[in-house]
Ligand binder design. Structure first.
Ligand code: G4P
Length: 558
C-alpha cells in the first residue's frame, strides 16, 4: 500500500477549523456557477446588454440603473472624474446575480480601447466570453484584439449580434466574416427575419419556433410572442418574402453550415451565434437561457502542480486585478481574487504563495459595481474583493492546504513610453508612493533606467489615455503634479535569456536597454524596422512581446 503523506491529507480531509463542507455541497455550488466577460468594441451595446441581463437576474429593478450607477460612481470617486469628463468607461467591475438557480459572475471590462491591458487581465479570470457585435459594423478592431486573448486561453465564445432593429449587414456575411477572419466556426442558434425597419423576429433552429419582434418601450421587458413555424397565422404577421428568404437561408445553413457541437464550443473552436437587439430587449432572455445551458462552469486552472480541479476541497484563488481608491473617502485598495477551488470563507486564514506569509481575511467583499457587501463565503467561479494594504500583486496565488501557484498573468507589450518627471523635489515622497501604488495596481507598466543615477521612472502604456489617467490620479490622489516627456520609442521586447544573453552579444545599437519592475532587461525600439534589424544581426537573441510571467520574487520600487 502506498504511504500516506500527511501533507496530502489536508487536501482529502475537510479542515474542521474552516467549517466542514461536503463534496456534494461543493459540487452543487460549482455546478450552479457560470462566469463570463463581454468583449466588444465601444458602442456595440455592452452597457445596454449588461443592463438587460441584470434585469432578468433581478439584480436591478429598472433598466437604466447601470448608467445611473455610473453617474453615482462618478460622484463618489474623484479619479473617475476623468471618465465623466471624457464620457468613457475605464474601470472594470464585477457583477454577480442569480438567474434560474444559477449564480452568474459577469466580469465587466472597460469600454475604452486604451484600457485593453485591464481587459486582458480580466479575461484571465473568465471561463466564457460573450462577443458582442453591432450588426451594421460587424467585427471591429477592439473586438478582434480581445478575441485573440480569448483564443490564447481557448475559452468558449458566444456571439450576440446586436442592433437587429437597425439596418445591418446581411447575416450570412456577418458569419462569413467571423469564420474567415477569426478562424472560428459558427452555429447560428436563431436566424433573423428581415432587419432594420423590416425586422420581424427570429426563427429558433432548435424549437422550430418563430419569436416575433415587438418593439418594447426602453427599459421594459418585452413580451415574447412565439408560434410554430408551421402555424398558418404566421402569414398574417410576417411578410411572405421576408419569411421565405429567412427559411431559404436556414435551409442553406442546415446543408452547408456547421453542426452544433458542444465539445467544439468548449474548446473555443465553434461559436453559437444569436441575433437580437439589446436596446429593445429582444432575444436577450433566450440568449441567456441558451448561454447558461452551453457555457462551461468553473474550469480547472493551471498551476506549477498541474491543473487544479475546482472540486479540490481546499481553497485556492489568484489575484487578477488591483484597484486603488475606488472609494476616495477611504483611500482603499482592493485586490480582486478569482476563487478557483474549494470554499472561501470570511475570516479564513490563507497562505500567500509569493511571500509565504499567512493572512487572515477578515473583510472579504462582494463588489457589485461600486457597492460592496461583506461576503460570508464564495465558491469557484466567484470573485471576491480583498482589502489590499500593498501586499497583493497581480497574479498572486492564495491557498489553504498544500501549496500551489497559479500560472501568472502575462503583461502585454506597451507602445507608448515616456519619462515621468516630478518637478517639485519636496513632493518626492508622494510621487514615489503614487508611482509604486499605481504600478502595483497595473494602471500602467513602469520601467527603470539601468543607470541608477536617473531616478525618474519610465511609464509604458498601451494607449495615451492610460498616461492621462495616471497623471490625473497622481495629482488627485497623491497631490503631485507631474510632467511626461515622450521618449520616441514605440516597440518593447523582453529578452528571454535575461541579462546574461544580452552580455553574450555585446554592444547593441538603435535601441535602449531598460529594466522592468522585476529587474529584467527590456529593449526599447524607435520602430519595427530597428527591431527587425537587431533580430537579423543576432538571431540567437530570443525576444518576446509578452513579458514572461513572474512568481516568487518581489518587484523593485522607486
Ligand atoms: P457600449 O457600452 O458598448 O459602449 O454601448 P452602449 O450600451 O452604451 O450602447 C451604445 C449605443 O447603442 C447607445 O445609444 C445604445 O442605446 C445603442 N444601442 C444598444 N443596443 C441597441 C440596439 O439593440 N438597437 C439600437 N438601435 N441601439 C442600440 P446612444 O445614443 O449612444 O445612447 P442612449 O442615449 O441610447 O443611452
Amino acid at each position: 500500500m502506498a504511504e500516506i503523506n500527511p501533507e496530502n491529507l489536508k487536501d482529502i480531509l475537510p479542515d474542521i477549523s474552516e467549517g466542514v463542507l461536503s463534496h456534494k455541497q461543493l459540487l452543487s455550488a460549482v455546478e450552479r456557477r457560470r462566469n463570463f466577460a463581454i468583449i466588444s468594441h465601444p458602442d456595440a451595446g455592452k452597457t445596454t446588454l449588461t443592463e438587460k441581463l441584470l434585469l432578468y437576474g433581478g439584480a436591478i429593478q429598472q433598466a437604466g440603473a447601470v448608467k445611473a450607477r455610473g453617474e453615482q460612481r462618478k460622484v463618489t470617486s474623484d479619479w473617475m472624474e476623468l471618465e465623466k469628463q471624457r464620457g468613457i468607461s475605464i474601470t472594470s467591475t464585477v457583477l454577480q446575480f442569480d438567474y434560474d438557480n444559477i449564480t452568474i459572475n459577469l466580469l465587466d471590462t472597460p469600454g475604452h480601447q486604451d484600457f485593453s491591458e485591464d481587459t486582458y487581465r480580466t479575461l484571465a479570470a473568465a471561463d466564457n466570453a460573450v462577443m458582442l457585435e453591432d450588426a451594421a459594423k460587424g467585427l471591429e478592431p477592439q473586438t478582434r484584439k480581445l478575441f485573440e486573448v480569448c483564443k490564447l486561453r481557448k475559452i468558449p465564445i458566444f456571439t450576440f449580434i446586436n442592433k437587429m432593429d437597425r439596418p445591418g449587414q446581411e447575416p450570412i456575411s456577418l458569419l462569413d466574416e467571423i469564420e474567415s477572419e477569426l478562424n472560428l466556426s459558427t452555429y447560428p442558434v436563431n436566424w433573423p427575419i428581415g432587419s432594420g425597419d423590416m425586422f420581424r423576429g427570429v426563427i429558433e433552429r432548435d424549437s422550430k419556433e418563430v419569436v416575433l419582434f415587438k418593439k418594447a418601450a426602453r427599459g421594459k421587458q418585452s413580451i415574447e410572442s412565439r408560434l410554430k413555424i408551421t402555424d398558418p397565422s404566421i402569414n398574417d404577421l410576417v411578410e411572405k418574402e421576408l419569411l421565405d428568404k429567412a427559411l431559404e437561408e436556414l435551409e442553406l445553413l442546415e446543408v452547408a453550415g456547421c453542426a452544433m457541437d458542444i465539445d467544439l464550443i468548449r474548446q473555443g473552436e465553434l461559436t453559437p451565434v444569436y441575433f437580437g437587439s439589446a436596446m429593445t430587449n429582444f432575444g436577450v432572455r433566450p440568449f441567456l437561457d441558451s448561454f447558461l445551458h452551453l457555457a462551461q462552469g468553473p474550469v480547472a486552472r493551471n498551476t506549477n502542480e498541474g491543473p487544479i480541479d475546482p472540486l479540490r476541497e481546499t481553497f485556492t484563488g489568484f489575484v487578477f486585478k488591483l484597484q486603488a481608491n475606488m472609494d476616495p473617502r477611504h483611500r482603499d485598495r482592493v485586490a480582486f481574487v478569482r476563487v478557483c477551488s474549494g470554499r472561501f470563507q470570511k475570516d479564513m486564514t490563507v497562505n500567500h504563495a509569493r511571500t509565504g506569509k499567512s493572512i487572515r481575511l477578515s473583510r472579504p467583499q462582494k463588489i457589485f459595481a461600486q457597492d460592496r457587501a461583506v461576503v460570508e463565503d464564495a465558491y469557484p467561479g466567484d470573485v471576491i474583493g480583498l482589502n489590499n494594504p500593498g501586499m497583493f500583486a497581480i497574479g498572486d496565488t492564495l491557498y489553504t492546504g498544500k501549496k500551489v501557484e497559479y500560472e501568472g498573468i502575462p503583461c502585454f507589450s506597451p507602445e507608448i513610453f515616456c519619462w515621468l518627471r516630478n518637478p517639485n523635489p519636496s513632493a518626492f515622497k508622494n510621487f514615489r508612493k503614487g508611482v509604486n501604488e499605481l504600478r502595483e495596481e497595473g494602471a500602467v507598466q513602469v520601467l527603470y533606467d539601468t543607470d541608477q543615477s536617473k531616478r525618474d521612472p519610465i511609464l509604458a502604456a498601451v494607449g495615451q489615455l492610460q498616461l492621462e489617467v495616471v497623471q490625473h490620479r497622481l495629482e488627485n490622489e497623491y497631490s503631485v503634479e507631474t510632467k511626461v516627456e515622450a521618449m520616441g520609442f514605440q516597440v518593447a521586447r523582453w529578452v528571454k535569456g535575461g541579462w546574461s544573453s544580452l552580455d553574450d552579444i555585446g554592444r547593441i545599437f538603435n535601441c535602449k536597454t531598460v529594466q522592468d519592475s522585476w529587474q529584467r532587461p527590456v529593449l526599447l525600439f524607435k520602430n519595427q524596422w530597428n527591431l527587425t534589424q537587431l533580430e537579423q544581426d543576432h538571431p540567437s537573441l530570443e525576444l518576446t512581446s509578452v513579458a514572461p510571467v513572474v512568481s516568487g520574487v518581489n518587484p523593485i520600487t522607486l
